[in-house]
Design a protein around this ligand. Structure first.
Ligand code: TSX
Ligand code: MN
Length: 580
């Protein structure tokens, strides 16, 4: 079956040769050498950054392209109002044209990979065909790939990922074809076809395309959850450990949180994953999570030994950097990495750069790719085939007003409502107007492979007897005072909020019931010099703000029409009534 499919794709794409990827070290060195020869990879100074490489993309191939991302299911209604839909037959016609001969003069790599711990009943295997050795090198760090996955592959049913940069006979460092971009998902046949881009989520089909868009449709059919969530473990001073999953829109510091360095004595955070969680109901009624990934593909700018010590330690060796700056001593640099910038560097565009240039040395969406195993606080059980029990789930967004530092949902339904109501202020890192609110339910807006209204209903349907539902929370590290200053110090100090949630799960904290959820009566602020009145401001229920919030939400929800679950309408009415 695998062989047949490979031959079929080869006949379409007409590559010069086919390479079935084994995942061996010799093979990795060979691919790296090939990438160095084609100038895709610049080897970094081995004294500074051993066995690490820098890649610079084409200037117009630097991020996921949501308006060229398609869900191709037979009925448009099944894609819903938040996805781009195309008829599967029509899309296959377009793709057949584009893929014909698209790998002429190139090698076609066949990459078997497993998402999730090897041998876990919760894991799923897939195969990606690609003509990008850069993609193969990244997938080696981010997934369990090669022979180990091939052995586990279900020959009858595996997700088929087909990717081409769309530049046959290419002899350039970063081949791509951004005039003809298609990132197409076929949830009914479990196929992904991606053409024209070599960057990030457009090309590494294991991540957003498979582990979220296709997996979310699988999860809906089979009664589990495929979510855009980090997973972390928290241990208290008594040695009790609990796991939490958490979901945030972009530019909220999800990777920083996943690798948090605690500032509270005796409290420890360990990292299971920073981006995706697959969660299942175990026979004992608990929700158990695995991280389907095996590596990090993190945004570089803003990452420093101060903001994310463990990420910086993780990328000290064996890392791939994409679109960061190259320093004169053969190392990497990006905005926010050090307090003082280098006096001179080569920018992500390959040009001379100095602090006086007035441009960014690294692209705002520049990345590091590294294996999870290099994270100093990787949870010892991160790879457990049985997954890890989830005590709580929290959601959040970047909001300068209205949304309190932390609150606990009043019920499962209320928690689902809070997550469906997620929104975040846009930063310069994302396109759009800076400061403008963008709704991003469950941080799944670009990643849900089906109708978002059905997705809400799926979450509501998780509430069943015999299940130990995790507690749901909502946090906001970004509330500001009247003068525009952040009220909360964030980063490692967020452990104080994690502590409150940990104890809330155990029913140990004092909390007050408000119309928007349970709020802390107090937080552990020992050793923290918060401005007088700041905590009150952080936890204030702003009636005027909530009135606006509720009416804005009602109009946002209206787009889902009859697909919007009754329970979410009721929850919207409840808050509206309570704050009026
Ligand atoms: O990642 C962030 N987190 C989570 C950390 C575990 N960031 C960075 C967001 C961009 C990706 C934050 N920024 C956080 C936060 O909790 N909070 C803030 C806002 C903030 C920024 C700076 C300061 C305080 C708050 N203080 C000083 O600069 C001294
Ligand atoms: Mn993500």
């Amino acid at each position: 079956m695998l062989n047949e499919w490979v031959q079929q794709i080869a006949a379409l794409c007409q590559p010069d040769s086919i390479h079935l990827v084994t995942g061996s070290d010799e093979e990795a060195r060979m691919i790296e050498q090939e990438l160095v020869a084609s100038k895709t990879f610049i080897p970094l100074n081995p004294e500074k950054r051993p066995n690490s490489f820098l890649a610079r993309s084409a200037p117009d191939d630097v991020a996921r392209v949501e308006d060229r991302t398609f869900i191709c299911c037979s009925k448009q209604e099944d894609a819903g109002p938040t996805n781009n839909w195309k008829d599967p037959v029509e899309m296959k016609g377009i793709l057949n044209g584009l893929f014909t001969g698209c790998m002429k003069g190139r090698t076609m790599y066949v990459v078997p990979f497993c998402m999730g711990p090897l041998g876990s009943p919760y894991s799923h295997c897939a195969v990606q065909i690609t003509d990008s050795p850069y993609v193969v090198a990244n997938m080696r760090l981010m997934t369990r790939m090669g022979d180990q996955a091939l052995k586990l592959l279900n020959e009858k049913a595996f997700v088929k990922c087909i990717h081409s940069v769309g530049m046959p006979e290419a002899n350039v460092p970063w081949p791509c074809n951004t005039k003809n971009l298609y990132i197409s998902h076929f949830p009914e046949s479990e196929e992904i076809w991606s053409f024209g881009s070599g960057y990030g989520g457009n090309a590494l089909l294991n991540k957003k395309s498979f582990a979220l868009r296709i997996a979310s449709t699988k999860a809906r059919r089979e009664g589990w959850l495929a979510e855009h969530m980090l997973i972390l473990g928290i241990t208290n001073p008594e040695g009790v450990k609990r796991y939490f999953a958490a979901s945030f829109p972009s530019a909220c510091g999800k990777t920083n949180l996943a690798m948090l360095t605690s500032t509270l004595k005796g409290w420890k955070v360990e990292c299971v994953g920073d981006d995706i969680a697959w969660m299942y109901w175990a026979d004992d009624g608990t929700l158990r999570a695995i991280n389907p990934e095996a590596g990090f593909f993190g945004v570089a700018p803003g990452t420093s030994y101060d903001t994310n010590y463990n990420a910086m330690k993780s990328v000290e060796k064996n890392a791939i950097f994409t679109n960061v700056a190259l320093t004169d001593d053969g190392d990497v640099w990006w905005e926010g990495m050090t307090k003082t910038p280098p006096e001179h560097a080569i920018s992500w565009l390959g040009e001379d750069w100095t602090p006086a240039s007035g441009t960014k040395a690294a692209h705002p969406n520049s990345r590091f790719t590294v294996s999870s195993t290099q994270c100093p606080i990787l949870d010892p059980a991160w790879d457990a085939p049985s997954g890890l029990p989830i005590s709580g789930i929290f959601f959040g967004g970047r909001r300068s007003s209205t949304i309190p530092l932390v609150r606990q949902a009043l019920s499962w339904k209320h928690g689902v409502f809070m997550a469906a109501a997620m929104s975040s202020e846009m930063t310069a890192a994302a396109k759009g107007e800076v400061g403008k609110l963008r709704h991003d339910p469950f941080a799944m807006l670009p990643f849900c492979g089906y109708n978002m209204g059905d997705y809400f209903a799926h979450w509501l349907s998780m509430e069943q007897s015999g299940r130990k539902l995790p507690e749901i929370f909502y946090v906001n590290w970004f509330r500001k005072d009247a003068s525009g200053k952040f009220l909360w110090p964030g980063f490692g100090e967020n452990i104080r909020v994690l502590k409150w949630m940990f104890e809330a799960v155990e029913g140990k904290v004092n909390r007050v019931k408000t119309p928007i959820g349970y709020m802390p009566e107090a937080l552990d602020l020992e050793g923290l010099h918060l401005a007088p009145g700041a905590l009150e401001e952080l936890l204030a229920v702003d009636k005027e703000g909530w009135k606006k919030e509720a009416s804005d939400l009602a109009s946002y929800f209206a787009q889902f029409g009859s697909k919007l679950p009754e329970d979410l309408k009721k929850e919207t009415d409840n808050v509206t009534r309570a704050v009026l």
